[in-house]
Design a protein around this ligand. Structure first.
Ligand SMILES: [Cu+2]
Length: 186
């Protein structure tokens, strides 16, 4: 019985797995630190109907974006920008005043801000101003479209990494067992 063969591949396997696990663990905080600011809510809420065009549009992010280079366009149904003056950023709240004589109708808000990590991020959302609607005059902000929290992203990433490590472990274990079986053949 060639017992020496049992230790050789086994130790190599252990070292390989340790390296992979270390690499996987190092990836988690690195990816989390690079995450962009995430739009959490908008006011008016995406797809909502309000009675009158609001005096200002609000966007709430999970972090405070960089003020420089932020633009919020408030396009009416004809594509005319009804934004009035520059964007205001107070903490993680971005707001854009709207012209007082902005007409009713469907609106598309096109926003672009610089994430606190220095990367530009952008998106759009819509709302409708309809005086005849039965909607509440002051709708509460609702979750932004596709607004995943950074915590959820990090959680999914961690789960993904753990899954990859598990798959690699199983494959390596399979190779190891197969090798041992091959060695035992006469
Ligand atoms: Cu970024």
């Amino acid at each position: 019985m060639k017992r020496t063969h049992r230790h050789g591949p086994g130790r190599r396997l252990a070292r390989c797995l340790l390296t992979l696990a270390t690499a996987a663990l190092l990836m988690v905080p690195a990816a989390a630190a690079q995450a962009h600011d995430v739009l959490e809510t908008t006011d008016p809420a995406n797809g909502s109907t309000v009675r009158t065009v609001p005096a200002k549009i609000g966007l709430t992010f999970d972090h405070t974006p960089i003020a420089l280079g932020s633009v919020v366009r408030v396009e009416d149904a004809t594509g005319v920008d009804q934004a009035d003056g520059p964007v205001t950023i107070v903490d993680n709240h971005v707001s854009q005043a709207v012209k007082a004589d902005a007409p009713d109708g469907k609106y598309k808000v096109i926003w672009r801000v610089v994430s606190s990590d220095g990367h530009p991020i952008e998106g759009t959302f819509t709302f409708t101003a309809d005086a005849a609607s039965t909607a509440s005059a002051t709708p509460s902000a609702s979750p932004a479209p596709g607004g995943n929290s950074t915590g959820l992203q990090t959680g999914l990433l961690t789960a993904g990494v753990v899954g990859i490590v598990l798959v690699i472990t199983l494959v390596m274990a399979g190779i190891y067992v197969k090798r041992r079986l091959t060695i035992r053949e006469p």
